[in-house]
Ligand binder design. Structure first.
Ligand SMILES: Nc1ncnc2c1ncn2[C@@H]1O[C@H](COP(=O)(O)OP(=O)(O)OP(=O)(O)O)[C@@H](O)[C@H]1O
Ligand SMILES: [Mg+2]
Length: 337
């Protein structure tokens, strides 16, 4: 459904000095620096897949989504979506896709949501039956009825996001792109949206490509991860095997009276293949593989050298794994266990 080959996007960013002088200087003698936001990436996504496109802030996620949706032109490379080139065939392409940007709405600010939906019906030439059918299902699953008569300007963020997602799906697109669809939403609203998207993915076989910084979105919605950093793909594979493979890692954060015996303790943990870190004068952390060494062994070893005041064991789910990757402490390997 989605084919991305050697995709590259370079932004030309102006170099400006501060103040009026800087503005004038830039006006007469502009200087630029090239920022490679997406660096020759390749991937393919099949029909019906639900993929999380992840990476740190500034990794190049939104840039990729904007290219895939046809908003931005790539500097190099090829994108083919449902056999359509988004740049060449905008009109056909727009019927194939639905797009939701969590940071801004695509609804008409001053129109009641129901009128925005009707406009979308006309623009996409959605037949009456499909429109009524979808509106009924979406209204029920996303509780739209309570605010359909209000304008986008007047509804809350959570309501607006639900309206935006419904709007993006009214024309039964084959692909749905979502850029941070649950940003700023409360737990209940997030849950509702995730459930709905899961339903759409399963029932309508809609292919989903989603960027998010919310681990719940990934765990509940996606089967596969594509992880990027500085515009390059770090990992592409299924979520379950990543969790299985790396969930063995655990981290214990321990508050102690003092860390004067740090060096000796460090030697002990090195011998066991665990990593000790001093977070402050009174705080250490130990990262370890719990199949090799147990949490109680870690704690008793620390107790031999330090007085423990408090401790916290970090979750070993996808959040922990990604944190380790984003901090540069873990490199995910593709393939089996
Ligand atoms: N229009 C632009 N002009 C110049 N540079 C840009 C532009 N848009 C993005 N960039 C730069 O390209 C890089 C990638 O940005 P992008 O928005 O794709 O990141 P992201 O992965 O979506 O990050 P976030 O998680 O913060 O949303 C960043 O360094 C950003 O500063
Ligand atoms: Mg972004």
């Amino acid at each position: 459904m989605i084919k991305v080959q050697e995709l590259r996007k370079v932004y030309r960013q102006p170099i400006k000095k501060e103040g009026l002088k800087g503005v004038l200087l830039h006006y007469f003698k502009p200087k630029y620096v090239d920022k490679i936001a997406v660096d020759e990436i390749n991937f393919e996504i099949n029909e019906g897949e639900s993929v999380a496109y992840l990476g740190k802030n500034g990794a190049g996620k939104s840039t990729t989504i904007k290219i895939l949706t046809g908003i931005l032109q790539p500097t190099m490379g090829k994108v083919l979506i449902d056999n359509i080139d988004p740049q060449r065939n905008r009109k056909d392409y727009n019927k194939t896709i639905g797009v939701v940007f969590g940071q801004r709405t695509q609804l008409w600010w001053d129109l009641p949501i129901s009128e925005s939906f009707k406009l979308i019906k006309e623009i996409y030439q959605i037949d009456d039956r499909t429109y009524e059918h979808n509106l009924t299902i979406f209204s029920e699953l996303l509780d739209l009825n309570e605010f359909l008569h209000l304008s986008a300007r007047k509804i809350s963020l959570g309501q607006r996001m639900r309206a935006d997602i419904a709007a993006a799906l009214l024309h039964n697109p084959k692909i749905l792109y979502l850029d941070e669809p649950t940003i700023g939403l409360d737990i209940v609203a997030k849950e509702k949206i995730r459930k709905f998207l899961r339903f759409i993915n399963k029932e309508f076989k809609t292919t989903i490509l989603l960027t998010t910084h919310d681990m719940g979105d990934i765990e509940e919605l996606c089967d596969r991860l594509i992880l990027i950093d500085s515009g390059k793909i770090l990992y592409d594979g299924d979520l379950e095997s990543v969790i299985k493979k790396y969930a063995r890692l655990k981290k214990i954060q321990i508050r102690v009276e003092n860390i004067s015996k740090y060096e000796v303790l460090n030697g002990e943990f090195c011998n066991l293949g665990a990593t000790l870190e001093a977070l402050s004068e009174k705080e250490i952390s130990v990262s370890f593989d719990y199949l090799e060494i147990s949490a109680s062994e870690v704690i008793s070893l620390v107790m031999n050298y330090m007085t423990i005041l408090d401790l916290k064991i970090e979750e070993s789910g996808i959040e922990f794994i990604l944190k380790q990757v984003y901090e540069g402490n873990l490199i995910l390997e593709e393939g089996g266990e």
